[in-house]
Design a protein around this ligand. Structure first.
Ligand code: ADP
Ligand code: MG
Length: 727
């Protein structure tokens, strides 16, 4: 057996679960490493705390003297816990989290060292972060980028470092991160939703959007991972024949969790709870060695931060257990990919979930307004919503079996479908009679509470209503939830504001409030009907039907991204003050660039693996066969039939080797041509999709054939059965 594979397998056989020891109960340690509101109260003078609280509630700026006080409190708390450094913690557009640590110390001119950390350092920093993606916003000669404190997301301690969540902007003020536009989108939603709530309840003064993500991931043994250059460099396998047993027995989902994995999960949960991430659910996923973890939902900004923190914590904890975590959307061909369902809803400061039907006709009408407005928003901006979740990884996942299709549609379940159909039929353009209105209200009032359990779960829908929230399932497992949350919350905010304008216009003409609401709802129900789909989203008929409904089935990342720049998207994002034109264009460019680079890396890695690992191994084996044939001929010259099978195999190996060699050469040539022909990253990404990407499949085909022909003993790369079934 090849040495690397042998060593990997040998190491694997001696693995034992690394128990994290006695983990204290979640409730005892929850938030221990977070500078929560409670701790802020303990460490700040009462007056300062009151002022901070007001600023947080009102969203008003925090002045310098107050910031100094908060900084002092934070530092006191952190230093008591052995913290030596602090960092601004932010989400640049490469999808990762970034931090640059500074010690709490400063050198005085006389050589004395003092501990410093004040409001200035808390509020703003200037990391030399010139090499984060910026889409041309920041030239390197003006490389200054600023991070600025986000007081809405609490600081926390990680690795003896105080981490302060911040936004990241260019010196011009333009956003270079996800958080800045996300906060703007959430504030637009707050305003629009609160205005609409006032039709029903004057006491509402704030609406927050809520998010509960479900993080899917794979674990793979570290030694096996290290023996696979493709996993190491691309996060996914580029070769590998399907194993004899995959997921067809469906014996993995919700099955008993293996003990090594349980030990990992326990430690992960412990770390998460310390960091205030309320993870709650864990289970096996459908594919072998695939798992999921999900928290209790939180306010969107916090939930996004927590998901970013979860992903980095997962990577760290996995290594302590000799695992690597794969967050790629499609690590293994022919095996389920990983997503990150975004469960999303809106909640008032009076505690009402706006996507949960209530007990009274009034609250139910309110529920319908928010439900229908969301559907309408998804219909209006389905292309942009798709653009917010496409990526090189998700391109491999979406549209495959068991993953949501690339066509954006909304699933409601039978009960709500019938109810919306009824509204559409019964609300008329004419002035409605009292009886008609009463009947409608009665029916609306009857929406059963049990609907939550009742909703038939259509797993094939990318955007499904699940009783008291929408579940956006197309989001990729490695994504920053910020991207889809920016778009979704802005689209719904825009739609709610429109709803208010439309209803007010009727009310100003003398139409009664409820009737006006019904009339606008009916129009929206009719207009957004094409996006509603209740049947099997995996079927080929849906593709055809979706085309007649004007829904895009674009499966490629680069063309799908163009939706960011459509007039409609510009109007939405720029019009609502969430992104400027330049920020929008920069984001589009960055997404294309990242796509291009990932594809380029995959192509290079596959070329290396094919030429340096696969072909030499195949030739070694072929030589053995040739020796064998020569030996047989020498000993038994009259029995040619004895070497017939070997000769066939020798031929087959030559055939595949030749195919691989010429295709790798053509692929390299295609890369060169695309690089030379297009300086513009978008055009280049497009050329890579068309000219380079197809080689990944065709080269892999021949490599996988060789995997079956060549002696298992000498095959250099751990095989699917080893990657997927070892734990
Ligand atoms: P399933 O796998 O059945 O979809 P899970 O329990 O794994 O359900 O995940 C459901 C997720 O939805 C959890 O993170 C949960 O907190 C979240 N969720 C529940 N209610 C809401 C809500 N009102 N807003 C946002 N997320 C919610
Ligand atoms: Mg779910």
């Amino acid at each position: 057996m090849s040495k690397s594979r042998f060593l990997a397998l040998e190491k694997l056989s001696s693995r034992k679960p690394v128990c994290a020891g006695d983990c204290p109960r979640g409730s005892a340690i929850f938030g221990e490493a977070v500078f929560s509101i409670e701790k802020t109260r303990q460490y700040l003078p009462a007056g300062a705390f009151k002022r901070l609280e007001n600023a947080l509630i009102e969203g008003t700026p925090i002045d310098r003297p107050l910031a100094d006080q908060v900084a002092a409190a934070m530092k006191a708390w952190a230093v008591e816990r052995g913290v030596t450094h602090y960092t601004h913690w932010f989400h640049p557009l490469n999808g990762a989290t970034a931090e640059k640590h500074d010690a709490f110390i400063d050198l005085l001119p006389d050589g004395h060292v003092i501990e410093t950390f004040d409001g200035r350092l808390l509020v703003q920093q200037e990391p030399d972060a010139s090499s984060f993606p910026n889409g041309g916003i920041r030239n390197t000669f003006e490389a200054r980028g600023y991070t600025a404190w986000d007081p809405a997301s609490p600081a926390f301690i990680n690795n003896r470092t105080l981490c302060i969540p911040t936004v990241f902007v260019a010196y011009t003020g333009e956003a270079l991160d996800y958080k800045t536009p996300l906060l703007k989108a959430l504030s637009a939603l707050d305003k629009a939703a609160t205005d609409v709530c006032h039709y029903f309840d004057k006491d509402v003064s704030r609406v927050i959007a809520t998010l509960g993500w479900e993080q899917e991931y794979f674990l793979v043994d570290e030694a096996l991972y290290n023996a696979r250059p493709d996993l190491k460099l691309c996060g996914r396998t580029l070769t590998g024949h399907a194993p004899a047993k995959g997921q067809q027995l469906e014996d993995q989902y919700f099955g008993a969790i293996p003990s090594r994995v349980t030990a990992f999960m326990e430690e992960l949960e412990h770390e998460c709870h310390r960091l205030g991430i309320p993870v709650k659910t864990r289970h096996n996923e459908v594919a072998p060695n695939q798992f999921e973890c999900a928290p209790v939902f939180e306010e969107v900004n916090l939930a996004v931060d927590h998901n970013q923190l979860l992903m980095s914590t997962m990577k760290k904890v996995a290594r302590r257990h000799d695992f690597r975590v794969l967050l790629h959307e499609k690590p293994y061909k022919g095996i389920n990919g990983s997503g990150k369902h975004n469960n999303w809803s809106m909640m008032t400061d009076t505690g009402v979930n706006l996507l949960s039907p209530g007990k009274k006709p009034k609250t139910n009408l309110q529920f319908l307004v928010f439900l229908v407005s969301t559907i309408k928003a998804v219909h209006e901006h389905s292309d942009l919503i798709k653009a917010s979740i496409v990526s090189r990884g998700n391109e491999e996942r979406l549209g495959g079996d068991e993953a949501p299709p690339v066509i954006m549609s909304v699933f409601l379940g039978e009960y709500l479908t019938n109810l919306l159909d009824e509204l559409e039929r019964k609300v008329s353009d004419k002035k409605m009679s009292a009886d008609e209105k009463t009947e409608l209200k009665l029916n609306v009032g009857k929406i059963p509470e049990i609907m939550l359990d009742n909703t038939d779960r259509n797993r094939t829908s990318p955007f499904a209503f699940t009783g008291n929230r929408f579940e956006f399932r197309a989001v990729g497992s490695s994504a920053n939830c910020g991207a889809p949350m920016i778009v979704l919350n802005t689209a719904v905010a825009d739609q709610l504001a429109r709803f208010k304008r439309d209803a007010d216009a009727l009310i100003n003409k003398g139409v009664k409030k409820d009737e006006a609401i019904f009339k606008v709802l009916r129009r929206y129900i009719t207009e957004s009907k094409p996006v509603r789909f209740e049947k099997n989203g995996y079927s080929s008929e849906w593709k055809e039907e979706a085309a007649t409904r004007g829904l895009s089935a674009e499966a490629n990342c680069v063309p799908a991204l163009r939706a960011y720049l459509s007039d409609k998207s510009r109007k939405l994002l720029v019009g609502n003050g969430v992104l400027t034109e330049r920020e929008l264009e920069a984001r589009f460019e960055i997404k294309n660039e990242i796509y291009l680079k990932k594809l380029q890396i995959e192509s290079r890695v596959l070329g290396d693996v094919a030429l340096n690992h696969v072909i030499p191994t195949a030739i070694t084996y072929q030589n053995r066969l040739l020796q064998n044939v020569a030996g047989l001929k020498a000993v038994m010259p009259d029995h040619e039939e004895l070497s017939a099978v070997q000769i066939e195999t020798i031929r087959a190996i030559s055939h595949h080797v030749r195919e691989i060699q010429t295709r790798v050469a053509s692929m390299t040539e295609a890369r060169k041509q695309a690089n030379n022909a297009f300086a513009d990253p978008v055009e280049r990404a497009d050329a890579y999709t068309k000219e380079v990407r197809p080689f990944l499949e065709s080269i892999r085909y021949h490599v996988d054939k060789l995997e079956l022909l060549v002696d298992d003993e000498i095959w250099p790369l751990p095989k699917y059965r080893e990657l997927l079934f070892s734990r």
